[in-house]
Design a protein around this ligand. Structure first.
Ligand code: NAD
Length: 431
């Protein structure tokens, strides 16, 4: 098929590259000229495992092209994906200005029947709004489809290539059939393609993210209660997770969830429910717990080190999760800001997110280019993102570099007894 994808961010670029990989002719559009210039040279501006290779290969084979010109991209396209950002608005709602602007442009440029796909995460009712905007601009027939994306940053290519399920919200069979055909190559192992109404599809995405956020906040509270009673959250997690009704994933306590999705999607679901007079009490608590969990590590540091003024704190991990360079809503941001406010000298290291961190902290922290360099003269190390390379470090070397061997592990990546044996004072979450 001939496909256009509008928005070449973490979602749009992956969608475009993966659809090209299965043989489609894909044009990706972005209004960011610098981004498009890079992508035309097959240079990928974000870090996402496997994506550079996929973009390089499909660009070389002529199946994947990039432009800033939306009308040119959608000319003759059978399917047009909208994959632009839906950031958090001031009142917590999803800001739809980019989606609506693109819908209008599509309507203006349409030259025949097309399936317009909402790939962005959008509140219930957005498919209706997109349809109305396009209808005002064109007399051509078209279908609007809701096709929320469930990929995870850090494993986005894999997730898109091998989805657990594909959700398609459609109001007419023509649009639904084209989407089913497009996704067939990705579901050969039996993953279901679920066709439903648009409202249910739109809500499915928020329900999934909100449930995952709820598990995280719930386990963070269990971890805090473990500390109160001297229980070990690892034991509790394993005991609970082995129940097949519950399962093992998303039960790890930490310093709170972040990223470009969970925080804004939880807020948006609370908000658009409230717009219809529904008070989503559980999710309000999930958010409140997450806010306080981001402060847990600094509280532990103060309890152990006393005043942080003049102390040197090393930080390993800045991205909101491993295998991404993304720092949107990363717990590292409020943690490091608190350390700076309390007068600490902060030395940070992240394998991929330093560029993003420089835009946030400027010259207020020292950026190490190697993990061990961040430790020089440190009174303590805080671990905020569980990158693989932090899991088996050279502990004697760390001890030599640090002024005092103290670790505050916000992701529970080490075993307390091992750390004791290595001569560290070790604080983690819920153990
Ligand atoms: P992003 O900010 O990385 O990318 C958005 C892109 O859209 C940017 O490159 C921007 O320049 C471009 N854009 C904005 N307005 C445009 C316009 N008028 N014309 C052309 N391009 C335009 O965002 P993202 O992380 O890829 O997220 C996109 C959507 O997908 C959001 O709704 C998000 O909630 C959803 N989503 C994200 C993830 C994720 O893991 N990041 C997962 C599932 C769903």
């Amino acid at each position: 098929m001939k496909i256009a994808v509008v928005g070449t961010g973490y979602v749009g670029l992956v969608v475009g590259a993966c659809l090209a990989e299965t043989g489609n002719d894909v044009t990706c559009v972005d209004k960011d000229e610098a981004k498009v210039r890079l992508l035309r040279k097959a240079r990928v501006p974000i870090y996402e495992p496997g994506l550079t290779e996929l973009v390089g290969k499909n660009t070389a084979e002529g199946r994947l092209t990039f432009t800033t010109q939306l009308p040119k991209a959608i000319k003759g396209a059978q399917v047009v994906f909208i994959a632009v950002g839906t950031p958090q608005g001031e009142d917590g709602s999803a800001d739809l200005q980019h989606v609506m602007a693109v819908a209008k442009q599509i309507g203006k440029a349409m030259d025949g029947y097309q399936v317009i796909v909402n790939k962005s995460t959008v509140p219930v009712g957005t498919a209706e709004k997109v349809r109305a905007v396009i209808r005002r601009e064109t007399t051509h027939p078209f279908s609007v489809v809701s096709n929320p994306e469930f990929l995870k940053q850090g494993a986005a290519v894999d997730d898109f290539m091998k989805p657990d399920r594909v959700v398609i919200g459609a109001e007419d069979p023509r649009g639904a059939e084209m989407m089913v055909a497009l996704y067939q190559p990705f579901t050969r192992t039996g993953a279901p393609i679920m066709v439903m109404d648009c409202a249910s599809a739109e809500l499915s995405k928020y329900a999934a993210n909100a449930l995952l956020a709820t598990r995280i906040s719930f386990m963070n509270e269990i971890a805090n209660v473990c500390e109160v009673f001297g229980a070990d959250v690892d034991r509790v997690r394993q005991a609970v997770g082995s129940d097949r009704r519950i399962g093992t994933s998303f039960l790890f306590p930490g310093v709170g969830y972040g990223g470009s999705c969970f925080p804004k999607d939880v807020k948006a679901l609370v908000r658009f429910s409230a717009d219809r007079q529904y008070d989503f009490k559980v999710l309000k608590a999930v958010e409140a717990v997450n806010e306080s969990q981001k402060r847990v590590l600094v509280t532990k540091m103060q309890a152990h080190l006393g005043s942080l003024k003049g102390k040197t704190i090393a930080v390993w991990g800045l991205a909101f999760k491993p295998k991404t360079d993304d720092m949107r809503e990363a717990p590292a941001i409020p943690i490091i800001q608190a350390l700076i406010e309390k007068g600490a000298k902060v030395q940070v290291y992240d394998p991929e997110a330093t560029k993003a961190a420089k835009l946030i902290f400027g010259t207020k922290v020292h950026y190490a280019t190697k993990s061990y360099d961040a430790l020089r003269g440190a009174d303590a190390l805080a671990i905020i993102t569980e990158w693989h390379e932090f899991r088996e470090p050279d502990f004697p070397r760390m001890r030599k570099l640090m002024k005092t061997p103290v670790i505050f592990d916000g992701r529970n990546i080490y075993q307390p007894q091992h750390m004791k044996a290595h001569g560290f004072t070790y604080h983690s979450i819920g153990r």
